[in-house]
Design a protein around this ligand. Structure first.
Ligand code: ADA
Length: 549
């Protein structure tokens, strides 16, 4: 399942993942032996393919019940996918971390072959996936489903919740796929908490439903509501979509971020989708386990560094009341690479897909873009300007930010709603955390970022699990525990800082090219190691976070 709850009662959905597909090294026309491979999965986890970077072909047989139009939904393929139905090309998608559809019109009943050519190569065509401080794996890394479409169908909905006086209203825009397929007189109904609206069917139709007595969504009380949309033809419901929403409003007021009028104080971790047994294809059970640890640490937030996450993780955050900073996929891109015209296009595609797919999650309180890119250059500034404008155009209901480390040289701080800084006092910088924050806030006050909310979007220190020493040398658990403790004290005592994200939740694999600055070819700044074993710092973080409001 692509979500943690049922999204259709009427539309028939068949799961195509959670089982073995056939995998062959190379492109679909290359000769080679097929081996069974689990989907979702990363081939680096398979003996013999640990270091393989290139093309891989996945296929499986699909049984279609009766002649139908089909939508095949891929949650994520890393990183480039070309999809074929009985040998005919039906879809192309770049970027591992957003979902995409492949449509098949008029598929005949019976057996068909679905083939996905996957490529995880690093080359000029790929401006977001390149050797980086996290691993780009290969494979169909998220679930796959096949939906039977009835003609016109509900493609997706965009829901915003608005409070007027004491009453909440759910405002939904309904995007209809294949609208010409609708019969004359077809009707659309929307329902939430027993309140119903019926209207003509039209692509982009807006419906507004007041929900008296609606319980608000917050980190403390994550109240969720199912909202059902149906298409009715000749008195019969022929299609539906169930979305889940929460009533809440986020807004920036001076140097505060408010949710339902209350200031947020973020206590969070940055998290990569990485696991030593599954790579980036983390099973939902392991996601839930991560969230149990994150909550046990006393965190109220996760930053999905550095890309949009598996939607099931966002579902779990909605359910647990974990606030999410979700960001598009672009980490540490230098000015030269930002000049590649594909860079803007690929970033913008990622933003469009991320917002279309995830905008209804109440847990997402902020959108982030371009972590540590060239925000100190004119080229960079143009990209930031465009992407911030795009975010606003697509969703004006959430603040926007970007994590930078460029104290002294960033020329983009006037652009976001929230200023965010990554800083590593007592790790990369030989300065106390307290002095570091003082210097940073003084400098921000002289820039376009003055007076805006400030988040410390990364602090942290590395430690190799099990390496302990009373000398507190760097890379020991002892040093990490002390340094992170002091960093947290310095941030948390300041009222003018809205929150902090620790870099990072768990140790993660990095691309081989990063070996020289990364012992074990891992980024070792996890609070837990890659197997989620707690380092000494775990209890220090817990001690500082638990009980804080
Ligand atoms: C950066 C970056 C992270 C990670 C971190 C580190 O600030 O945003 O992706 O690389 O530094 O570990 O140095």
């Amino acid at each position: 399942m692509l979500r943690t709850f049922m999204t259709h009662r009427v539309r028939k959905v068949t799961e195509l993942s959670g089982c073995l597909w056939r995998m062959k090294q190379g492109g679909r026309n290359d000769a080679g032996e097929e081996v069974p491979m689990m989907v979702p999965g990363c081939w680096e986890m398979m003996p013999g393919f640990e270091k393989y970077r290139g093309k891989m072909t996945f296929s499986r047989t699909v049984e279609v019940e009766k002649k139908s139009d089909l939508r095949i939904r891929f949650g994520g393929v890393s990183h480039t996918a070309d999809v074929y139905w009985d040998g005919e090309f039906i879809a192309h998608h770049y970027n591992a971390f957003t979902a995409f559809d492949a449509l098949v019109w008029g598929a005949e009943a019976g057996k068909h072959t679905l083939t996905v050519e996957v490529d995880n190569s690093f080359n000029e065509q790929s401006t977001l996936h390149f050797p980086n401080d996290y691993m780009t794996y290969g494979g169909i890394i998220r679930p796959v489903e096949m939906e039977y479409l009835p003609g016109a169908y509900i493609e997706r909905v965009e829901v915003e919740t608005v409070k007027t006086g004491d009453v909440w209203t759910a405002c939904a825009k309904v995007i209809i796929g294949n609208p010409d397929g609708a019969k004359t007189g077809a009707k659309l109904t929307a329902e939430i908490a027993g309140e119903k609206v019926r209207t003509e069917i039209r692509n982009g139709t807006e419906v507004m439903i007041e929900v008296p007595g609606a319980l608000e969504w917050s980190a403390e009380n994550p109240n969720l509501y199912l909202m059902t949309f149906e298409i009715e033809e000749d008195g019969k419901v022929i299609d539906d979509l169930i979305e889940r929403i929460g009533f809440r409003e986020v807004r920036v007021d001076g140097n505060r971020i408010l949710m339902n009028g209350k200031p947020l104080k973020i206590r969070g971790v940055c998290r990569h989708e990485d696991h030593p047994m599954f790579g980036a294809a983390i099973p939902v059970e392991a996601m839930a386990r991560d969230l149990e640890l994150i909550r046990d640490l006393g965190c109220n937030s996760v930053r999905t560094s550095h890309y949009p996450n598996d939607e099931r993780f966002l579902d779990l955050c909605d359910e647990c009341g974990i606030l999410v900073w979700e960001e598009n996929h672009a980490r540490g891109v230098h000015e030269e690479e930002m000049k590649n015209p594909l860079f803007e296009e690929q970033c913008e595609d990622c933003i469009r897909e991320m917002i279309a797919q995830h905008r209804n999650h109440p847990s997402i309180y902020i959108w982030g873009i371009m972590n540590e890119c060239a925000s100190n250059t004119e080229t960079g500034r143009k990209c930031y300007e465009k992407q911030y404008a795009l975010l606003k155009e697509l969703d004006s209901s959430r603040p926007r930010t970007s994590a930078t480390f460029r104290q002294g040289s960033d020329i983009c701080l006037d652009l976001p709603d929230v200023v965010s800084f990554n800083t590593y006092p007592e790790w990369y910088k030989d300065i106390s955390a307290k002095d570091c924050l003082e210097g940073l806030t003084e400098w921000i006050a002289m820039t376009g970022g003055a007076g805006k909310p400030l988040i410390i979007s990364e602090i942290g220190a590395g430690a190799i699990y099990g390496y302990r020493s009373s000398g507190e040398e760097k890379w020991t658990e002892d040093y990490q525990a002390e340094a992170v403790g002091r960093q947290l004290d310095a941030v948390l005592e300041r009222d003018d800082i809205c929150g902090v994200y620790i870099w990072q939740f768990c140790d993660v694999r990095v691309c081989g090219e990063w070996f020289s600055s990364r012992p074990r070819t891992m980024n070792n700044k996890g609070i837990v190691d890659e197997y989620r074993r707690r380092k000494m710092v775990y209890n220090v973080v817990k001690g500082k976070f638990i009980g804080r409001k």
